[in-house]
Write a protein that binds this ligand. Sequence first.
Ligand code: UTP
Length: 293
Amino acid sequence: MKRIRKAVFPVAGLGTRFLPATKAIPKEMLTVVDRPVIQHVVDEARAAGIEHLIFVTGRNKGVIEDHFDQAYELDRTLAERGKTKELDELRRDLPPAGETSFTRQQAPLGLGHAVWCAREIVGEEPFAVLLPDMLHHGPEPCLKGMIEAFAAEPSNIIAVKEVPMSETHQYGILGVGPVGKNRLMPVNSMVEKPPRGKAPSNLMVSGRYILEPGIFSILETQPRGAGGEIQLTDAMITLAKSRPFNAYRFDGRIFDTGTKIGFLTANLAYALERPDLGPALREELHKGLSSSA
Ligand code: UTP
């Protein structure tokens, strides 16, 4: 049985829902507290034991590559000034040399196309996909639980989260069978943004996947789908005809930082639980809320 060693981060999207902030800055580099969104998601992947990080980038995304590189001048200056805590943090976050790859999508043709662009780097092994704008926040990293479930029951695995039935038309939704051992539920159906009242469940596809490499040959010829884009969901529906798919329910909170409200609430939630920021922020919020009332 092959281990999950590689993770793909599709970061080539235009981030139009976050303009004008994303005109010159990739949305993945916007910060949740003091770490870029992409760093939080890379933290999740590394905590799950991922050894090779594959970024599918695009135009104006070069700063993401710089973020995961060593900054010699900065390191030297921090060392000279005795800022050892900051230096240690930078060193801890730096992926080991040779364990990152960057490839360009060239044109934003859709999530499915972005994943397909990683095919040569992934090769013939199952791999993880993490959508960087979806922050999964809980006691256990989502991908870690998925990889443990994969080790017990190798299959394609999609993370899901319960949402109110009234919101299902906004998301990819899975129809599933009963929970088996290893916390997995067999997937019976997948539907992208079902019309109101037609969703097979209230389980939203939350942006974490373990996929078998067979997905690449399907993506190769996948016609454009919803929104004129090459959709990962369409390719997964084809793969599910011949290969097992399971859903893994994540029990923590999810923040969609690609939306303004998701980004703002993520900042509040992450800051409020930090011992160095939480008490002062709580006080400021309290003051602000009582003065605006
Ligand atoms: P989104 O649709 O949420 O991202 O795609 P977007 O296109 O950047 O955002 P808006 O809608 O314009 O605001 C989900 C993920 O897939 C990546 C995005 O970067 C995001 O992480 N993606 C999407 C690509 O890498 N390439 C694409 O062609 C499309």
